[in-house]
Design a protein. Structure first.
Lengths: 480, 486
């Protein structure tokens, strides 16, 4: 039978606030255990939560970024369960009245097409601490630095149909939240964690199959692998006439498999009820309007603008608009050199190539956007050829100076002096009498091929610095 | 010194009739001498108290004194005191020494008041007789065979026995007013949100409110001036500015409309208590107030609503006591489940366990709508009853309790009978209103209290009515015999 895969994702996004969602403790990653845990985070008796206004602002920014309805009166609830890394014995979350309602989100697929994915809701909640099972001789250590870190849980509709779409969704989400500056989106540090709900149904069927939930997958690659593995597992069971058990599974990256965590049947009754220590969050239209007015241009808008304004193809626009930093860099190069197409090419091929080879982030790039623009300007004004430009770029990368300084210091400026070129052309013609004879004997078509030989010789003689256009003109004049 | 009011002690310190060290020493001695009969204190740190008193004396000498500088205050052991054990009447916190002060304690420290000690209470403030304390019951100074009421029974008994000039308490369903009534003292539960809850061990977050317990309305006003105010660290504390609660104590009662809810004077009210309340109301009438019969039609639903909402909130507020970070931990747990179950089994007493079970049940999937949600709907109706009433009257009056103090042990095996003790006080918490209890007479030598209920943030008016009443009567000046040699 043909099966259709149905995937919905729940993404836990760590918001980039300086302090926690309900306390003044810092949220910096990687500090010594329990050095960023206050009396509130430790749930000491009598301690009370105070809502971080920045977290609310970030959630609203996200909501506006996906065109969602913002909850004018959202309510925090207690989600009750016992676990040592959950100090209060409940997590403060939002259940019935989330801060962000339904929205829609455009994702870009590999083939350049776009799809709209529904967002069911997004709500604010606090993260739990960490249980450390190693190094404690059969006991468990608790690190509460992460307890109380603000999370935005973003729940998608079951609109995704395969692993590639799921990854595209996550990449688009990553792009959006980093554009908004509401999260660093760092999956390796757990700033973006993903639960995958996945089920299969016969192709054409409208009803959803029984789902499995794969918890806490923390890289794009693992999401892809976990989904592929899970599709295989479920389809094998269904093909054999079996039934899928609704359960929570864990993806084991080392073994590349998913395995059951706990059955939903025995899952906790979380006894949600409104958190009496916090007032409902009331958000008025003026607050929303003020945030809307300050929103930056978002990835989708930027992508469309790049296509229209610069005449880029949709692939190029996707790559360049992927991060705000890269898009800003690209536009700075354009404004320094004046040619968007060459700028797009240089940023994607040379710049990203160098960054990838050096495993560098754009922030660590040794060549600034105006500097790269300055280099491209020398190509455009025929000071150097594209080939020489790559040498210059390499030298710029090594910190040898600006394009002009390097061209000057290394004497790479293209020779466009007609006297000097003429002398070189004459020298080549004189030294290659046989080839000149062949050329003169040949017909038009063949001459076009043979002229390349002479151009090559002149370039060689000039160490690549001869202006190729002028060389061609001179040869055409002389070879008669 | 021990029989003086806070107002008199303030004047005495100011006029250098005695020092704060002398004053504090007087009460510390009384506690040491007399409290074995009442068990009203859990923790007394003499040297800390005397150090606080010495600091206060310096402040007074430097001319830098606030009103309460040098006044010894007993605090209910529910308020976290930095460096001093805060047990909440529970084995669970028997070893708990907070590294921080409750905001309320900070306020008293700011004004230079002396922490005399920490008073006994029902475990986690759950109880109406002070019999659920891990530290044993408190005895009523009027008759040590009687309960003092609860949960702030230690504070009430300490003030009544003149072991402290004034004390703090908390009131979730009547825990200031009921023991104040049963011990013949004055206590006020302010409007929900008037006094910060930060650092006060939570019982039921949407109902808990701290307030003063003292010998007179004037003394309560003096303490409330220090206690009240917005706390940015308590999101439910009100931003409404506070007022000088002493400023209107002497205002005339001429034209005051007092509502008498017929539901508070019906079946279940002890006849002699009713007659004390009636006399008290006549006195107010004589001062120019008008008595108006009113109705709070949903009154009878306050017990079921309260006993769903309060345990529901308590069941999750008490989840943090898990043996992981502080407080009691069972010996040698074999695994996590064992750690949780034995720690909580050993750490909590029966009444606390009962309420955790009730609350957990009320919030469970499949029961939430029938219990918790329904109770919240009832709560809104009860609040609306009061709002409607306050369109006709300025304050509401009635008995604080159905009768005077009962014998220790009389109701401790009958939770439902115990819960009925709070029949007149619960609705005030559900509605978030201020309420107070004022001594209104003796029934067979046992005090009974007149309850006054005000509009939201109408504390000043309540204190005014109570003060005028106390200017004309002497019930608040009556003292139990404390068994001392004269």
């Amino acid at each position: 039978m043909q099966w259709e895969t149905v995937i919905g994702l729940e993404v836990h996004l760590q918001l980039a606030t300086r302090s926690k969602i309900f306390s003044g403790s810092a949220t910096t990653f990687g500090a010594e255990p329990n050095t960023q845990a206050s009396a509130v985070d430790l749930a000491m008796p009598g301690m009370l939560p105070v809502l971080n206004a920045k977290a609310v602002r970030y959630a609203v920014m996200f909501g506006l970024g996906i065109g969602a309805e913002i909850g004018h009166r959202s309510v925090f609830d207690r989600k009750n369960y016992f676990y040592p890394d959950l100090p209060k014995g409940y997590q403060i979350s939002q259940f019935e009245a989330p801060i962000v309602g339904r929205g829609v989100f455009e994702i870009q697929l590999e083939d350049g097409s776009a799809r709209n994915i529904g967002i069911t809701r997004a709500h604010l909640e606090e993260d739990a601490g960490k249980s450390l099972h190693e190094d404690f001789h059969g006991q468990t250590g608790i690190d509460l630095n992460r307890a109380g870190t603000p999370l935005l849980e973003i729940v998608s509709e079951p609109d995704l149909r395969n692993a590639a779409e799921a990854v595209a969704y996550l990449k688009a989400l990553h792009s959006l939240v980093t554009y908004l500056g509401i999260s660093d989106g760092n999956m390796a540090e757990g700033s973006m964690r993903c639960d995958i709900n996945i089920s299969l149904r016969p192709m054409g069927s409208e009803t959803l199959g029984t789902r499995a939930e794969i918890k806490n997958v923390n890289s794009f690659r693992f999401v892809e692998k976990a989904i592929r593995h899970e599709i295989e597992r479920q389809s094998e069971i269904l093909e054999d006439g079996g039934r899928i058990v609704q359960e929570t599974r864990l993806y084991d990256a080392d073994l590349d498999e998913t395995r059951p965590m706990r059955s939903k049947e025995v899952a906790n009754d979380y006894r949600y009820f409104p958190e009496p220590d916090l007032l409902p969050v009331v958000i008025d239209d003026a607050y929303i309007a003020a945030i809307r007015a300050e929103l930056p241009e978002l990835p989708t808008q930027k992508r469309h603008r790049f296509i229209e304004q610069y005449g880029l193809g949709s692939y190029d626009a996707n790559v360049l608009a992927d991060s705000r930093e890269l898009a800003d860099y690209f536009e700075a190069v354009v404004s320094a050199c004046g040619d968007a197409k060459i700028a797009a090419n240089w940023v994607q091929v040379e710049l990203l190539g160098q960054l990838n080879r050096g495993e560098l982030a754009l922030g660590d790039c040794p060549v600034s956007a105006p500097a790269l623009g300055g280099l491209i300007a020398r190509i455009l004004d025929n000071s150097i050829s594209g080939k020489i430009a790559k040498q210059v770029f390499e030298a710029m990368w090594q910190g040898e100076g600006s394009a002009d300084e390097i061209i000057e210091a290394r004497g790479l400026k293209q020779v466009s002096d007609s006297g000097a070129l003429e002398a070189m052309v004459d020298q080549v013609i004189a030294a290659n009498a046989g080839q000149v004879e062949q050329y003169l004997a040949a017909d038009e078509d063949r001459r076009k091929k043979l002229v390349g030989f002479f151009v090559g010789q002149v370039m060689k003689l000039s160490k690549g610095q001869a202006n190729p256009q002028m060389v061609n003109q001179l040869l055409a004049k002389k070879l008669v | 010194m021990h029989d003086k009011s806070v107002a008199q002690l303030v004047a005495g310190l100011r006029d250098k009739q005695f020092s704060s060290v002398e004053l504090s020493r007087c009460f510390l001695d009384r506690i040491a001498r007399l409290d074995s009969a009442y068990n009203s204190f859990i923790t007394v740190d003499e040297s800390a108290a005397l150090a606080g008193a010495a600091a206060a004396d310096q402040r007074i000498a430097a001319g830098d004194a606030a009103t309460l500088t040098g006044i010894p205050i007993a605090h209910k052991d529910i308020f976290c005191t930095s460096g001093m054990r805060t047990s909440c009447g529970s084995r669970m916190l028997d070893n708990f020494v907070p590294p921080y002060n409750a905001t309320l304690i900070e306020h008293f420290n700011r004004d230079g008041a002396v922490i005399l000690g920490k008073t006994n209470m029902d475990e986690f403030a759950m109880g109406s007789s002070n019999e659920s304390s891990y530290y044993g019951p408190v005895c009523n100074p009027w008759d040590t065979a009687l309960v003092p009421g609860g949960s702030s029974g230690g504070s009430a008994a300490a003030v009544a026995a003149m072991l402290a000039p004034a004390a703090t308490g908390t009131d979730t369903g009547g825990s200031i007013r009921q023991p104040a009534a049963l011990c013949g003292i004055t206590g006020i539960k302010p409007t929900y949100g008037r006094v910060s809850r930060l650092g006060m061990v939570a019982f039921a977050s949407s109902l808990d409110q701290a307030g003063p317990m003292a010998r007179s309305a004037e003394d309560c006003a003096l303490l409330l001036n220090t206690m009240a105010g917005h706390d940015p660290l308590d999101s439910t504390s009100s931003e409404l500015p506070t007022e000088d609660y002493c400023a209107h104590l002497n205002d005339s009662l001429q034209g005051l409309r007092i509502g008498l809810p017929r539901e508070y004077f019906g079946e279940g009210l002890d006849a002699q208590t009713a007659s004390c309340i009636d006399s008290a109301l006549r006195e107010l009438e004589a001062q120019g107030a008008t008595l108006v019969e009113v109705s709070l039609p949903h009154s009878q639903l306050s017990i079921p609503a309260y006993y769903v909402i309060a345990p529901a909130e308590a069941s999750t507020n008490l989840s943090r006591f898990d043996g992981v970070r502080y407080g009691h931990r069972c010996a040698n747990p074999v695994d996590l489940h064992d750690l949780y179950t034995r720690t909580r089994e050993e750490g909590f007493g029966n009444e606390v366990k009962r309420r955790i079970l009730v609350g957990t049940y009320a919030l469970s999937a499949g029961y939430y709508d029938a219990y918790y949600k329904k109770a919240q709907q009832v709560r809104r109706l009860i609040k609306q009853d009061f709002i409607d009433c306050f369109e006709q009257v300025d304050v509401i009056a009635g008995p604080t309790t159905p009768g005077p103090a009962f014998a220790l042990g009389a109701k401790s095996d009958d939770p439902l009978a115990m819960y009925l003790e709070d029949i007149y006080t619960l609705a005030v918490n559900l509605a978030g209103l201020p309420g107070m209890s004022v001594p209104a007479g003796l029934v067979g030598g046992k005090p009974v209290g007149l309850q006054l209920i005000g509009r939201h943030f109408g504390e000043a008016r309540l204190l005014n009515v109570a003060h005028r009443f106390q200017q004309a009567t002497d019930w608040h000046l009556r003292r139990p015999a404390t068994g001392e040699v004269a």
